[in-house]
Write a protein that binds this ligand. Sequence first.
Ligand code: SF4
Length: 377
Amino acid sequence: MLLYVHVPFCVSKCRYCAFASEVMDMDALEAWGKALAKEAAHYGKLLGNPTVETVYLGGGTPSLLPAWAFERLAQTLKRHFNIAPGAEFTIEANPESCVEKDLIGLWRSAGVNRVSLGVQSLQDDVLAALGRPHTAMHVHAAVERLRAAGVPNLSLDLMWGLPGQRLKGWLDTLKAAARLAPEHISAYGLTLEPGTLLAAEAEAGRLAQPGEDEASKMYVNGGDYLEEMGYMHYEISNFGRMGFFSRHNQGYWEGRAYLGLGPSAVSTIGGRRWENPRTVAAYLQAAAKSAWGSGAETLTPEVRGREMLMLALRTSRGMRLSDYKRLTGRDLAASEGKLLGALNQKGLIRIRDGSLRLTRPGMLVSNLIIGRFLFPD
Ligand code: SF4
């Protein structure tokens, strides 16, 4: 099983952020920790102290947790779950909060062996436009500290298609990131989520974003560069050195069972899925009533088939057509032969050894392609 813990606190709200995160407040932090311990105890008991192969502390900004809160959280997880020897244990961290040597040492002694660092860009003007509280200098200092603490697996999160970013600036960011020698790089295209400050600016016509053509080049040329540097493109937005692909995220894409703790966290276990309340206040209310897993839905073969298509096609391994047929009874090669042929001719997909996969240009328009399979004319 995979275990995810949502830490919903940040220093401030970034201008593009639609994640469940709130500005850190000590009372809320204390209350969240207690509620989380209660939730962990509930599921630890219900699932019989399950073995977890990956632990992922996401957010929000988990690196913002003070030492006492991190220590309590680590003890809670160890008490209620059997963390497998050799488990991948990731913490999401922001550069400006990777300052204290002792705190990073605490992560390491609790078993953290992978840090996913929210870099986004190495251009200070672009970072400022995003409302990020760090600069490129913070990133360099953070990487140095993490490596000095012996972090063996470092992932850098980067973003392309940003306001004020040009193709050259993006490729320069990738080059500077590669010089930091991380084991893994995630490269996400900016999406303007409704309700964010950037989306409002775009609506008001005040956002200078790269055009479609330039943004496409960012994705394709950026991917080519990372592959030249030895990072394998194993998922739409993820690149890793051999042996360093994210085990946790791969588990999601392979449809494995996962338990999510904390506000907004989603769980899928035994063909059922549920989602925790999104805000800290609503999560605390649920915890007070021990209302765990309410509103769970049963996943039908149809829903699971749809998800298999959406998740497996994100990966370079692709989707085995026989697995899809077994689950849904639908023979995609037969029913969508014409569409598959056209996409293949355009260089957007490949079918090899019974697996359907998207090429890099295909990944760029993955939503359109997946939509065509899900909702054929
Ligand atoms: S650090 Fe991440 S979670 Fe926090 S506000 Fe910024 S984008 Fe959102």
